[in-house]
Ligand binder design. Structure first.
Ligand code: PLP
Length: 414
């Protein structure tokens, strides 16, 4: 281990920061403060080293080669699958499908499971706070199948209205697809309750874990979700790699999504038989390097411990929330009880984008806009928010820098 993860149970943030070279850079002549972690986290050196090691040491296509390089690459690739299985506590490695990320995972379910199981008049339930990637695939599916998309509303705190959810459920409900942690507000949804109720109604449940996988302990067996989608770049891993967990029985019953090489047992002009799980869903040459590096990201998190990460991030969130609440005219969007790592806000008479530009001039990277959650923005009747989202390497001092710069920016703009 290159850094000491904890000092008397307190996170050694400065040792962790040393693992992230980009944090040493300046932006516009100021030290970078990176608060756009919900969009993508920065990568530790250990993840980048794996990419260089792979390309400089054992780059080869996987699964079919019998030469040494192919065997080394295949072994490393499959070790990542084992790491993901453990990370989210899936019952078997066959239940882990590698995809480009959350978006592709949701599309896989919509196209494969959806087109096999959704019929005219069936209902799919999502919520107002979904990311567009958990809206549009279901809209397309519903249009194609003449099915109905139902929406769980949220209250003024950004919490799901659970009573309304219960009322939406019926024998017609075939799927409930819900975000675990809102990327726009940081609100944590009661997925256990949602899954229990949806199952009672006979529906299948997909959990969008894009934001939760990095912060919460994920146990897909305990949660009892049917599908769980995630992206490695949200948890210190590379872009372009993520996955779909699916219960084995469901995955086995589903037709392939993409087809071609790798996903077959035998091909002839009389017909084709498909490979066993998980390969049935992994057509073509996969993203080998980034899949191997995904394991390094999981190792990075495990070495620090999710509980330690969470404690630190909760302290950052509490500190930021308290500081921001002091600013006149500032309103936090999504002030629910159960939140994690994201603070989203608007300021009276100031456009979020203007604030984003002025913060960038101070070296501070925040996200402004609709965060790919336009229906949620419509619900709150706002064009967008300023969103600061925290990771294990952020500090309270950085939050103080942001708050000071924000106060200056607001003064300038009013
Ligand atoms: N769902 C949520 C809640 C997200 O935050 C994101 C990305 O921001 C996605 C889905 C889509 O993830 P990706 O772009 O990695 O496929």
């Amino acid at each position: 281990m290159i850094y000491s993860a904890t000092i008397q149970n307190k996170l050694d943030v400065f040792a962790i920061r040393k693992q992230f070279p980009v944090l040493n850079r300046e932006v516009k002549g100021k030290p970078l403060v990176y608060f756009d972690n919900a969009a993508t986290t920065q990568k530790p050196q250990s993840v980048m080293d794996v990419l260089v090691d792979y390309y400089s040491g054992y780059n080869a296509n996987i699964h079919r080669g019998i030469h040494t390089l192919a065997e080394e690459a295949t072994a490393a690739f499959e070790l990542s699958r084992d790491a993901v299985q453990k990370f989210i506590n899936a019952a078997s490695r066959e239940e882990i499908i590698f995809t480009k990320g959350t978006t592709e995972s949701i599309n896989l379910v919509a196209y494969s499971w959806g087109r096999q199981n959704i019929k005219a008049g069936d209902e799919i339930i999502i919520s107002t706070m979904e990311h567009h990637s958990n809206i549009v695939p279901w809209q397309i599916l519903c249009q194609e199948m003449d099915a109905v998309l139902k929406i769980i509303p949220v209250n003024d705190h950004g919490e799901l209205l659970m009573e309304e959810f219960e009322q939406l459920l019926s024998a017609k409900t075939k799927l409930v697809s819900i975000v675990h942690v809102s990327n726009a507000m940081g609100v944590v949804n009661p997925v256990d309750k949602i899954i229990e109720s949806a199952h009672k109604a006979g529906a299948v449940v997909l959990i969008d874990g894009a934001q939760s996988t990095v912060h919460l302990d994920i146990d897909v067996q305990e949660m009892d979700c049917d599908f769980f989608a995630f992206s490695a770049h949200k948890f210190y891993g590379p872009t372009g790699i993520g996955g779909l967990y699916g219960k084995k029985q469901l995955l086995e019953s589903m037709p392939p999504f993409l087809s071609g090489g790798e996903m077959i047992k035998e091909v002839s002009f009389d017909g084709t038989t498909y490979a066993d799980l998980p390969y049935k869903f992994e057509a073509g040459t996969p993203n080998i390097a980034d899949t191997i590096a995904l394991k390094a990201a999981i190792d990075f998190i495990n070495q620090i411990g999710k509980e330690n990460i969470r404690r630190h991030e909760n302290e950052l969130l509490a500190h930021a929330t308290a500081q921001l609440r002091e600013i006149e005219g500032l309103k936090i969007i999504g002030d629910a009880q159960n939140k994690i790592s994201v603070v989203s806000f608007v300021v009276d008479k100031v456009h979020p984008q203007d604030l984003g530009i002025l913060l960038d001039n101070a070296g501070i990277a925040v996200r402004t806009g609709h965060h790919c959650t336009q229906p949620l923005m419509q619900r709150f009747r706002i064009p967008g928010t300023v969103r600061a989202s925290f990771a294990v390497y952020n500090t309270k001092e950085e939050i103080d820098v942001m708050v000071t710069s924000l106060r200056k920016a607001i003064k300038m703009l009013l």
